[in-house]
Ligand binder design. Sequence first.
Ligand code: GLP
Length: 242
Amino acid sequence: MKVLKYKNYEALSQAVAEKMVLQIHSKPNSVFCLASGSSPLETYKCFVELVQKNNVDYSQCVFVGLDEWLGIKPEDAGSCHYFLTKNVFEPLNVAPENSYLFDGLTKNPAAECQRIKQAIIENNGIDLIIVGIGMNGHIGFNEPGVAIENYVHVVDLDSVTQTVGQKYFEEPTLLKKGITIGLQFFLEAKSAILMANGPKKADIIQQTIEGKITTAVPSTIIRQHQNAVVMLEEAAAGNLVE
Ligand code: GLP
């Protein structure tokens, strides 16, 4: 696993966006699995700009959302559905058949897990997965103590996630359960990027890179990935030994 550091959030975002474009150049029908949240927000802006400026042909790419809050409407501004639609799919006019997002209002979460799992399998797996990191080390909604062998699953959200997650919503919102790509798909993705910015993430990043590998801190599992890179703003890398 490589660790790359960048001076500021803009440089980090630009670098991740460039890796996304390189991925398309190396495989035009790449399958991307994308996180939502504040970490990749600027990355997606840079990606849209790069793609438009350079006429990158992404028409064969498939985009899968990493996770979703169960019980939250797709059109709620705090949903992952809304985030990826507004920041990636609408600006790029991604064809509906090339985009897969969890339905937070599903009446049948198990079937929803199966739908997304099947879509990934039919497209021959994830080529590049881009994840942020929760304050408790979660990846997607793979919370502390998660079982590694899940492909797509429903989770009870950790209290840290329920509290931190309020930042995405205009009003206090009950966040009890999530639906997420599991660590098994994460580990099987041909490449993985974990990105983090800001000093608030410095402690959990240090645990991720220097602590014991354990599902108690799910992000440490990235060290078992064959082709992963952790891309950090310097502020998030502040506690690392090197
Ligand atoms: C959220 C999301 C994750 C995200 C992580 C970090 O709860 N479900 O997909 O990567 O936590 O979020 P942020 O980038 O806003 O810090």
